[in-house]
Design a protein around this ligand. Sequence first.
Ligand SMILES: [Mg+2]
Length: 126
Amino acid sequence: MKRILLAEDDEILRMLIVDTLEDEDCQVDEAVDGLEALGLLQEGQYDLVIIDYMMPAYSGLEVIEQVRQEGINTNVAILMLSAKSQLSEQEKAIGAGADYFIAKPFSPLELLDKVRDILDEKNKIQ
Ligand SMILES: [Mg+2]
């Protein structure tokens, strides 16, 4: 079973994403801010982290910078969510080590397609 970490400070959106992934063969752990996300990433091995750009404690950008620089969860795929759809923000996310990016607002189906693609891709690599 795949393990996904979902780090999103917006409770409604977090619930929506958990519901969206409910029927997938995966376990979803939730973090409400960057600090909690980092702690979970240090403790456990995940296949995918879905992480919001703007969060309290540490931003999603700060979390993924630390994860990539310190080699935490080395093989984890990172999908960044952001309300900032400007190219510069997307470039910052990719530059910090995100593999994929979705701009808010997105539809549940769009997210589900993306997550399936990412996990399929990981299956091919491993
Ligand atoms: Mg946020």
